[in-house]
Design a protein around this ligand. Structure first.
Ligand code: SAM
Length: 217
């Protein structure tokens, strides 16, 4: 009987992440998502290395440890309604989709039309139905489905876009990288006000848009 493609490499990647202290639910989700279906075909032999990979248009698929860490901080639960800004390849979205289950839903906004198509195609191939990809400026959020239990921003912003704060439920959590040349990952919790917890240094592509680094066409 032939082995499933990528299974051994994926198990090794997850074992490595376990040693970094990633929580069990996130590890199980990452064991289920076939990352090789989300990277460009010419990069599929690198799909399970713990580093970012180019996906075209100057954009990247985040390193597995970064996806794991951001999912861990959000404490995703079955049934959560989640907003992601920056679908990219759709891999991070697929891990979130696993964690929130069929009873949850992820809305993800991507500004580059080609990546909207790429992420949709990848998610379709991998069989995710609880994800909706939308083309647009994610700095404006997606008010038609708000409020969200959790928000995951996968590109670095100059500051937290006000619409995202408005669209987060009270009691909700947001992860967002902030900064230009030097960036930090923040976990925000919406209580009476917004509680900001600085987590670690990170390197992300810029968030471009109305409340991002510059307007785009
Ligand atoms: N999460 C992705 C994955 O798993 O492949 C990686 C995301 S990549 C690091 C950041 C993405 O954010 C890029 O695809 C980029 O085009 C997108 N982006 C940048 N500014 C945006 C905006 N204002 N709205 C939506 N997407 C944006």
């Amino acid at each position: 009987m032939g082995k499933e493609r990528g299974a051994e490499e994926r198990t090794r990647m997850v074992e490595y992440l376990r040693q970094q202290g990633v929580h069990e639910e996130v590890l199980e989700a990452m064991l289920r998502v076939k990352r090789h279906l989300f990277v460009p075909p010419e990069r599929s032999d690198q799909a399970y290395g713990d580093y970012p990979l180019p996906i075209g248009e100057g954009q990247t698929i985040s390193a597995p440890h970064m996806v794991a860490m951001m999912c861990d901080y959000l404490d995703l639960k079955k049934g959560d309604k989640v907003l992601e800004v920056g679908a990219g390849s759709g891999y991070h979205a697929a891990v979130i989709a696993e964690l929130i289950g069929e009873e949850g839903h992820l809305y993800t906004v991507e500004r580059i039309p080609w990546l909207v198509e790429f992420s949709m195609k990848n998610m379709e191939r991998a069989g995710y139905k609880n994800v909706t990809v939308t083309h647009g400026d994610g700095t404006l959020g997606l008010p038609e489905h708000a409020p969200y239990d959790k928000i995951s921003v996968t590109c670095a912003a100059p500051d937290v876009p006000p619409p995202l704060i408005e669209q987060l439920k009270t009691g909700g959590k947001m992860v967002i990288p902030l900064g230009g040349y030097t960036q930090k990952l923040y976990l925000l919790e919406k209580k009476n006000g917004i509680e900001r917890n600085k987590k670690c240094d990170v390197v992300f592509v810029p968030l471009i848009g109305r409340y991002g680094f510059r307007d785009y066409e």
